[in-house]
Write a protein that binds this ligand. Structure first.
Ligand code: ADP
Ligand code: ZN
Length: 730
């Protein structure tokens, strides 16, 4: 049992978010401090935020040990979260300082609590009643329990601020100071849910019981888009709130729409707390603090919400659990899905992984009995899975520079006649992936990366999708200097949109691609407009695959179903399968049946065949067997090592040295591949070299890797990062 409380002057170890490799010793402040307390400590000339992590080590000159300046007025970090940060840090090989940074990503935590004035009903009558005054008093009588700010109250009552001030001067309205960060409105889990279908009710019942058990468990909730997974997991949330514990729903950033917030509001009477990139800094701080005090019962957020200081987290839902955006690809390389399971197991909480197309990892964990599995069989109401068919592009007559086959055109025309929506899907941003000189064959590349530049016609520029660098589309070839021979090759969504505009001149169109919107909010607005039905043809990248409701959509045309099948990525087949099923799942949600047409040059490819036949279990079994035979994840383990340097030779030398001195890894039965140039071998002027470690499932990989890379001293300007369970191989 570690010490819980430290008297003034006792040595405490404080973890800070500064890049230091150890917990620092301080003396407990006047009044002492608790284990887990958030504190402000002096560090050199600065004051920094820290957390009391345990007893001090006592290996500093005691005369030099300084005192904690003060204990912050926020809830101390609970043991569960401290353990979570330590375990997650050990798993991902991330220094604790970086883990603490993840857990304190709200501004102004060390500021004194700021106050604001609020107005409530006062005890006295005003000297004289006017219409305006009456409206203020009535508004307060009706809703004013918690009080309003001056602006809220004058807006609601339709009066000027001076009316409220006048009433306050007389005591008819009471003016009070309250902390700016206020509790979220209490949710009511007892409000009625929708009448669930027998299928849904069965699943809801199992989840409610799991939540009530107060034990850890993970359930895979599988069901096609529209089968009511959200409806069902909101029942688990209700059970969790009834038990007095907090619930967290994680969504891919892009799926965090108002539509979802409204659904929560309908179900529980008030909106949940939100935590994602679209939330203001003030609101972030409020969320962080209230979560810690238990005054936010339900948080809906993006992956980093997993690091909030919940007082008692009882349920984590990971919606669209297969989504690749759960893996953070820079900074701390963690997978929020896996970390949700870890956090829940430390806090006797339940996890629900919801998806129409689960990741192979989750599918295999359910097969192995580690996760429970619930299946929702049918779509709710009249909506059926769309009919799926391939368009064999070898048999279609298409001129060069055109990508929408006559067969697909016919299907779109049909929808236009019937007043229904079509979606043309191509998972490639921009206008054209390659700009080529027809005189010399030169392809325009990025000056800083080994990547070709993608033409973005709306911005009239070429852009590098690795580093974001842009330049104008050249008129003269940068290599052979011949003029007027530069040509766009291949399609991106913008080019398909151009083609569609030619083919369907009267249709109303919208393009959904992440780079066409200034902000996540603008994008969400566009999605909502489309859902409202203002569009005949949607042209989009994978953004459209994520859980939006387009009720009038009845046709999905996949422009290039072969796109994801190329490349050497371990997960290429799985990703293509998921993406195609998700996209197809967009069609025919309401009462109209849908159709999905896949343009492909290889209709006999096993992945295309299993998409078309709808034999999902067959696909997973085959994919799992393949991975098992080659001892690949989830039947074996991988770790990526990326070494980068402005000097290619320096990066390679280090890679070669590591590959030759891999004794600690071989002792585990692990194999090291590489060094090889990373698939994008140069990014932002740094050369990148990759090693891949493949180990048996049971191997203690992290410890061995730490020893292995810890034995080399990094030359100046060389960086090394370790990616445990890599998702992409860049
Ligand atoms: P999923 O999360 O599996 O995509 P949703 O829960 O979003 O499915 O359900 C799809 C649509 O069907 C939503 O508009 C939802 O409100 C509606 N729906 C699902 N189940 C029911 C039900 N039992 N009663 C009424 N509407 C339902
Ligand atoms: Zn670049």
């Amino acid at each position: 049992m570690s010490q819980e409380y430290f008297d003034e002057g006792e040595l405490v170890g404080v973890l800070t978010a500064e890049p230091l490799d150890r917990v620092l010793d301080y003396k407990a402040p006047e009044g002492g401090c608790w284990l887990g307390a958030f504190v402000e400590v002096p560090l050199g000339p600065r004051k920094v935020l820290g957390v009391v992590w345990g007893q001090g080590r006592g290996d500093w000159d005691i005369a030099k040990v300084r005192s904690v300046r003060r204990v912050l007025d926020v809830a101390p970090m609970r043991t569960e979260l401290r353990e979570f940060l330590e375990k997650a840090g050990a798993y991902t090989l991330t220094p604790m300082a970086a883990m603490l940074r993840l857990a304190t990503r709200a501004p102004g935590l060390s500021d004194p609590p700021s106050m604001r004035k609020i107005y409530r009903l006062g005890a006295t009558e005003p000297d004289r009643m006017t219409d305006a005054r009456r409206r203020v008093l009535e508004t307060l009588a009706e809703y004013g329990g918690l009080g309003f700010t001056l602006k809220e109250l004058s807006d609601l009552a339709g009066v000027t601020a001076s009316v409220v001030k006048g009433l306050a001067a007389q005591g008819a309205v009471e003016e009070a100071d309250t902390p700016r960060d206020t509790p979220y409105l209490p949710l009511n889990p007892a409000l009625p849910s929708k009448a669930l279908t027998p299928d849904q009710e069965l699943a809801a019942k199992v989840l409610r019981e799991a939540v009530r058990s107060g034990a850890y468990g993970t359930t895979l909730l599988k069901g096609v888009t529209g089968s009511g997974k959200t409806e069902v997991y909101l029942e688990a949330v209700a059970a969790c709130l009834k038990a007095g514990r907090q619930a967290l729903v994680l969504l891919p950033e892009i799926a965090l729409t108002n539509e979802f917030i409204h659904r929560v509001e309908e179900r529980f009477g008030h909106p949940p707390a939100e935590w994602h990139s679209g939330v203001t800094m003030t609101e972030r701080r409020r969320c962080w603090k209230m979560v810690g005090q238990g005054a936010a019962q339900f948080v809906v957020g993006a992956r980093s919400a997993l690091f909030l200081p919940f007082r008692d987290l009882g349920l984590i839902v990971v919606d669209e659990e297969h989504d690749t955006s759960y893996k953070q690809e820079d900074g701390v390389l963690y997978n929020a899905r896996d970390m949700a399971v870890l956090r829940a197991s430390l806090n006797k909480a339940q996890v629900v992984l919801a998806s129409a197309t689960p990741s192979l990892e989750s599918w295999a964990n359910a097969e192995a009995g580690k996760y429970a599995r619930l299946d929702l069989m049918a779509r709710f109401g009249a909506a059926k899975m769309p009919e799926m068919a391939a368009i064999d592009m070898r048999a279609e007559d298409l001129p060069g520079g055109a990508w929408i086959s006559p067969a697909l055109q016919g299907a779109v025309h049909q929808r236009l006649r019937d007043g229904e929506q079509s979606l043309l899907f191509l998972n490639r941003r921009g206008y054209a992936p390659v700009t080529l000189c027809r005189a010399c064959g030169e392809q325009v590349g990025c000056d800083h990366c080994d990547a070709r530049m993608v033409e973005h016609r709306f911005q009239k520029r070429l852009m590098c999708h690795q580093c974001g660098e842009t330049k104008p589309v050249p008129d003269i070839c940068p290599s052979c200097k011949v003029e007027g021979k530069m040509a766009a090759v291949g399609p991106g969504v913008e080019r398909v949109a151009e083609e569609a505009a030619r083919l369907f001149p009267d249709a109303r169109m919208a393009i959904l691609s992440s780079d066409l919107f200034g902000s996540a909010r603008a994008l969400k607005q566009q999605i909502e407009d489309i859902a409202a039905g203002d569009t005949d043809i949607i042209i989009g990248t994978q953004l459209v695959a994520k859980g939006h409701n387009f009720p009038r959509l009845t046709l999905v045309g996949v422009v290039d179903a072969d796109l994801g099948l190329q490349g050497s990525d371990l997960r290429a087949a799985e990703r293509t399968f998921q993406l195609m099923r998700q996209v197809a799942g967009r069609a025919g949600r309401a009462d109209r049946p849908g159709q999905a047409l896949l343009q492909t040059f290889q209709p006999e490819h096993p992945v295309i065949r299993s998409i078309l036949s709808g034999d999902e279990e067959g696909f997973w079994r085959a994919e799992a067997a393949e991975r098992e035979a080659t001892a690949m994840p989830p039947y074996g383990r991988l770790a990526g090592i990326i070494i980068s340097s402005p000097d290619a030779a320096a990066a390679f030398d280090l890679g070669t040295y590591l590959a030759r001195n891999d004794g600690v890894l071989r002792a585990l039965g692990a194999v090291v591949y590489g060094p090889a140039p990373a698939p994008i071998a140069r990014v932002r002027g740094r050369h990148r070299v990759r090693l891949l470690v493949k180990a048996p499932k049971a191997a203690a990989l992290q410890g061995a890797i730490t020893q292995w890379v810890g034995a080399v001293k990094l030359p100046r300007d060389v960086r090394l990062s370790v990616d445990i369970d890599p998702q992409s191989f860049y």
